[in-house]
Write a protein that binds this ligand. Structure first.
Ligand code: SF4
Ligand code: SF4
Length: 112
């Protein structure tokens, strides 16, 4: 077995707490100097849905996880995660994110 092979990196979003504020997308673009024509992280704002008679917002993200792997290997935590005021975004090897998913039905796990 090749133990030097990097662990796959994923992204975990608590869709119940995400406000769709675009801070993570902006931080990713600025800190990585992402070319104008590319998006390494996109916030996908969605229309409200009715849940038990109440409107609820569940926004989504579209990350390019090959790029995120480079951030995770660096010395500092990814800036997208650090700027999230709702603390609802996690970037890490998938094996570390999986335990956080237990019993969290409105969390979304992105994997390579
Ligand atoms: S910074 Fe956090 S709350 Fe804002 S869009 Fe990104 S994940 Fe959602
Ligand atoms: S981990 Fe890095 S590349 Fe991925 S979304 Fe966050 S800042 Fe962008």
């Amino acid at each position: 077995m090749d133990t030097n092979h990097p662990k796959p990196v994923g992204m975990l979003l608590d869709a119940e707490r995400c406000t769709g504020c675009y801070s993570c997308q902006s931080a990713c673009r600025e800190t990585n100097r992402v070319p104008f024509e590319e998006k390494w992280l996109e916030v996908i704002r969605r229309k409200p849905v009715m849940v038990d008679g109440e409107p609820q917002l569940y926004h989504l993200l579209a990350p390019v996880l090959e790029k995120c792997a480079g951030c995770v290997e660096g010395e500092n935590p990814p800036l997208c995660e650090r700027v999230c005021m709702a603390s609802c975004l996690y970037i890490a090897p998938v094996e570390k994110l999986l335990p956080l998913l237990k019993k969290k039905c409105k969390w979304v796990l992105y994997t390579p």
